[in-house]
Ligand binder design. Structure first.
Ligand SMILES: [Zn+2]
Ligand SMILES: [Zn+2]
Length: 126
């Protein structure tokens, strides 16, 4: 079971389900919202409990993004109708026991860095 929180502690979450597909997303939305790359894992919607007020931003017709209205921490991403919830790996308190498995939207990455962990699968290339 993982526990996480935002920077100020107003939003806390507990992951009771089994997280899967930990990935680093390089899309422009994740970069803008997080300031760089956003790393998240997926869990079934009923496998995460959220305490505190989350502000939701309709980032696209496809998905919404949840953040703390007090400190602005980017915590959640949810595709409408998916039944899943992505939670920020950086918000987990203590060890996650997870390992990033892939990079996604690498074609949208910024030009100011390279993806060093090349052993990971990079989607959208080749
Ligand atoms: Zn906060
Ligand atoms: Zn993204």
């Amino acid at each position: 079971m993982l526990k996480g929180s935002c920077l100020c502690g107003a939003v806390r979450f507990t992951v009771t389900g089994a997280p899967f597909d930990p990935a680093a997303c390089h899309c422009s939305q994740c970069r803008k919202m997080s300031g760089h790359v956003w790393a998240a894992a997926v869990v079934a919607e009923d496998g995460i409990e959220i305490d505190g007020e989350v502000r939701w931003f309709e980032a696209s017709p496809r998905a919404r993004r949840g953040f703390c209205p007090v400190c602005g921490s980017s915590l959640f991403w949810q595709e409408h109708g998916s039944g899943n919830m992505d939670f920020a790996l950086g918000a987990v308190d203590g060890p996650t026991g997870l390992r990033l498995g892939r990079h996604i939207f690498t074609e949208d990455k910024g030009d100011y860095y390279d993806i060093a962990e090349t052993e990971m699968k990079q989607e959208g290339e080749g």
